[in-house]
Each structure stands twice: as structure tokens, then as C-alpha cells.
Design a protein around this ligand. Sequence first.
Ligand SMILES: Cc1cc2nc3c(=O)[nH]c(=O)nc-3n(C[C@H](O)[C@H](O)[C@H](O)COP(=O)(O)O)c2cc1C
Length: 206
Amino acid sequence: MAGPADTILRLDCSPKGRDANSSRFADEVAAKLSVLEPGAWQVYRDLAATPPSFIDHGFTRDMNLFPVATVASATKTLRESEKLIGEVESARRILIATPMHNYTVPAVLKAWIDQVVRIGRTFESTPVGKVGLLPDRPVHIVVSAGGRIVGDRARQPDFLTPYLTAVFATIGLRDLTFYYLEGASRDEDTRTAAFRAARAQLTLLS
Ligand SMILES: Cc1cc2nc3c(=O)[nH]c(=O)nc-3n(C[C@H](O)[C@H](O)[C@H](O)COP(=O)(O)O)c2cc1C
């Protein structure tokens, strides 16, 4: 079992598996992270192949029971949530490879978020708003989209970037870096250009 923060947690979210553009570029990010974090071993989850459960009635009931830690480990309804949160807690860095689906995250990533962003456990609600309970750590997010989603040439809304920024900040993770692969599913030239642009972002990682 991993000690505190000695892994790189990788989450792949595309239904295309290892053929996905997001996963292919995430391999390049992972190679760089393994140099930056020698000794960290990778915990890999293919969320599309094995999606997290949707939260159910028992989850919504038991997440409000106290004391949180004792109950969560003993309560079947929160066991999956505890496991996924534990993987975040053990990670020095988190690497997410995701396509954009309908302007935002794919449903499998949203299901993972609903398991991990849990009141009383990874954030608390206070009179001044939600306060994250996890120590910050770098989160690297590879986003693959069929069209342009950032900059002046975008012709569609991007709810993915502001959503992930807000929801990770809720649990205390603010050190986010996005790598965009725009138009990577089109012709070969566009795909090559998309990877080249993302690699230019990756050279800044240190
Ligand atoms: C259900 C679905 C919804 C999609 N929605 C969008 C979208 O809102 N904007 C966009 O630019 N591309 C959209 N796409 C295209 C994918 O984001 C694009 O093909 C991407 O490169 C796939 O990345 P991947 O190879 O990592 O799976 C969508 C694709 C699917 C299957």
C-alpha cells in the first residue's frame, strides 16, 4: 500500500481507450512527470472502461453521518468514495486525460468527481463558502476537443476548463495546468499541429 503522496494518479476518460488523442498525449506528460518525480509509481484508472458508480440514495444519506472518517470506512455506501479519495491523497501529482464531450467533461469523469468531492470529507461548507480539506498538489489535465475551444478562434463554449478549475478548488487543488489538443480528431495535418502546440505547453513544465 502506498504511503503518503508517493504516486502519480492517472485518470483516462476517453471511450477510445489507448487510441484516444488525450491518452496518447498524456503518455508524453507521464514520461515527463516520471522524470520530475523519481520513485513515484503510477496508479492508473481507465474511467471509461471501468466507470465509477453513480452516487445513490445510500451515499446521499451516509455522507452526512458523523464522525465522517469512522463511518466512511465502515459504511458500504461510502467505500468506493473512500478508495477514490485515498488515491487522490496518496498522489504527488494527478494526471487527467479527457476528451471534451458536449462542451464539458465526459460523464465518467463527472461520476468520479461526485465520488471524490464529498462534504465533510474533502471539503467543508462554512458561512463564507466551501473550504477545501486536501493539501494542494499539481494537477495536469490533457483536454482533447474536435474543434477550437480556447482563444480567439473558439466558436463554442468551454465549460470544461472553468468547471474543473472550480470543482478542484473546492477540495483544495488549485495548481492546475491544462494542455489542449484542439482539432486532433480531424485530418493528419491538424492532428500534428495540435500535438505540436500541446508539446510547446509541455516544455514549460518543470
Ligand atoms: C459525445 C461526444 C461529444 C463531443 N462534444 C464535443 C464538443 O462539445 N466540442 C468539441 O470540440 N468536440 C466534441 N467532441 C469531439 C471530441 O472531443 C474529439 O473527437 C476529441 O478529439 C476526442 O478526444 P479523444 O481522442 O481523447 O477521445 C465530442 C465527441 C463525442 C463522442
